[in-house]
Design a binder for this molecule. Structure first.
Ligand SMILES: Cc1cc2nc3c(=O)[nH]c(=O)nc-3n(C[C@H](O)[C@H](O)[C@H](O)COP(=O)(O)OP(=O)(O)OC[C@H]3O[C@@H](n4cnc5c(N)ncnc54)[C@H](O)[C@@H]3O)c2cc1C
Length: 461
């Protein structure tokens, strides 16, 4: 933030718009403002890249590399003279003084503020983040990939069949789109990709349990689509448990309802809340920390401050605007237009949400989709999902490389990004391993080689 203060000298006659967060909402707002005369845009983000979160589960399950779903924010605005990008975390917003305060305590004044800081995982007060990572950032995607691949590696080295089964048991908490996509992809990677690579374990035997506290998974979808989603997951071998909660997590497993399940790998997709920054505003928020904004997306009492995307709560026509990328983008553009209207002395406009629909993919060839009120399932929905996601990806290079990687993976059941890159060679299972019990690489005499198995799974001899 020190850099921001020194470099961002405000020129007379120009309006400074500060945007916190270059996710879907912030980026859309900045693009709208970038060409306007007499407006200086300052984007502050704690990361140097914009991340396409809808494909993050593909990073987590080794389908894509993180760089394929991210673009440097600086590169997006390289040709926009009046857009500055700063890598910093904003810790506090002082609405009365119209300044933002950065992680080094420095302050940056603004004329207008667009707060687009998104959401983060909520563990409902539990200290489970280390035990069950969520999926929101590229770092988390890489961490989930690491744990997932390591669990199979550990299982291959394990002699004790009980421990081996626990290593091959994966629990995903939360049956929204992220949990469904993650659980489906884990089951899929075990059955179609890893199955060829291991000799002592059969990755197709991996047990994947999806736990959802409500009566049906994908609750934001119609009952028909959520039933389809459940059926498709079950066909992939995922155990779907509805009306059940993850009540406890430790290094060795989870408690689902009253039942203890030994599972060395647990992932969290069971709740989000707005970034902590919203709580520093001192204005009304909902139970998830989202700022209750006016119809024009401004903060009550502060007409020059707008909150958008996952950080905002607004009802349009009696329905809350959903936490989806298109909603954040539409709000970003609307907030930018309202900033320009306000600068020009015109009245601001109420935000109108155009619901284009929503979709979730299940495994390699299926999806459920609701598009402009029409519902699709199975392969047709999956093809629609594929094209929408490739089209929406930021960056032409990313679109091409994702298209080729997916075609390759579809045709040959290969996943190229199966790297375990962290030097931290530990899984939650390692925390549970007794210190005197080293991983034994010797094959137990009574265990057949994979090529000798009689379970029908074809593997190389
Ligand atoms: C795994 C996953 C899958 C998803 N799948 C879909 C999907 O298929 N379809 C769909 O429509 N939506 C999907 N979503 C939801 C969608 O990604 C969000 O609704 C959307 O990203 C919200 O946009 P936003 O701009 O509000 O926040 P974000 O895109 O989350 O961006 C917030 C930005 O703010 C920055 N930031 C946060 N706090 C600070 C701070 N204090 N200081 C500086 N910078 C800060 C962050 O680094 C980030 O860049 C998915 C989300 C996830 C996590």
């Amino acid at each position: 933030m020190a850099v921001v203060n020194e470099l961002s000298k405000k020129e007379p006659g120009r309006t400074r718009v500060v945007i916190i967060g270059a996710g879907f909402g912030g980026l859309a707002a900045a693009r709208r403002l970038a060409e306007k005369p007499n407006v200086d845009v300052i984007i502050i983000d704690q990361r140097n890249h914009h991340l396409f979160q809808p494909l993050l589960y593909q990073v987590a399950t080794a389908g894509l590399d993180p760089s394929q779903i991210a673009v440097p924010i600086r590169a997006v605005f390289a040709s926009k003279e009046h857009v500055e990008v700063h890598l910093a975390r904003v810790d506090r917003v002082d609405l009365a003084e119209a300044v933002v305060e950065g992680d080094s305590g420095k302050r940056l004044p603004f004329d207008y503020l667009i707060l687009a800081c998104g959401a983060q995982h909520s563990y409902a007060g539990h200290d489970w983040e280390g035990l069950a990572p969520g999926l929101k950032t590229s770092e988390q995607g890489i961490e989930i990939r690491r744990r997932l691949l390591l669990a199979f590696e550990r299982a291959e080295n394990e002699l004790d069949p009980v421990e081996q089964q626990a290593l091959l048991t994966f629990v995903v908490a939360g049956g929204g789109p992220t949990g469904v996509e993650l659980a489906g992809a884990i089951a899929d990677i075990g059955r179609t990709v890893l199955v060829k690579d291991f000799r002592r374990i059969n990755p197709a035997d991996a047990r994947v349990i999806l736990v959802h506290s409500g009566p049906r998974i994908l609750p934001a979808y119609s009952e028909r689509l959520s039933k389809h989603g459940q059926k498709d997951l079950e066909q992939l071998g995922v155990e779907v448990r509805v009306n059940q909660r993850v009540n406890d997590i430790d290094e060795r497993g989870v408690v689902i309802g009253e039942e203890r399940v030994e599972a060395r790998t647990v992932f969290w997709a069971a709740g989000v809340e707005a970034d902590q920054l919203t709580r520093t505003l001192g204005v009304e928020t909902d139970h998830s920390g989202r700022v209750r904004v006016n119809k024009d997306l401004s903060v009550p009492g502060y007409g020059r401050v707008f909150v958008i995307g996952d950080a905002a709560y607004l009802e349009v026509d009696g329905h809350a605007v959903p936490g989806l990328a298109p909603a954040a983008m539409q709000e970003g553009r609307a907030a930018a237009d309202n900033v320009l209207s306000s600068i020009a002395g015109r009245p601001t406009k109420a935000f109108r949400y155009l619901d284009k629909g929503t979709m979730a993919t299940i495994g390699k060839r299926k999806a459920v989709a609701s598009v402009f009120g029409l519902e699709f399932t199975g392969f047709v929905a999956w093809v629609a999902w594929l094209f929408v996601h490739i089209l929406l990806l930021a960056g032409f290079r990313n679109r091409i490389s994702v298209f080729f990687d997916w075609s390759w993976s579809y045709l040959f059941s290969r996943r190229g990004a199966r790297l375990i890159t962290s030097s931290q060679w530990r899984t939650t299972a390692d925390l549970a391993r007794p210190p005197d019990k080293p991983a034994d690489l010797a094959r137990p005499p009574d265990k057949p080689r994979a090529s000798e198995r009689t379970d029908g799974v074809q593997r190389p001899a």
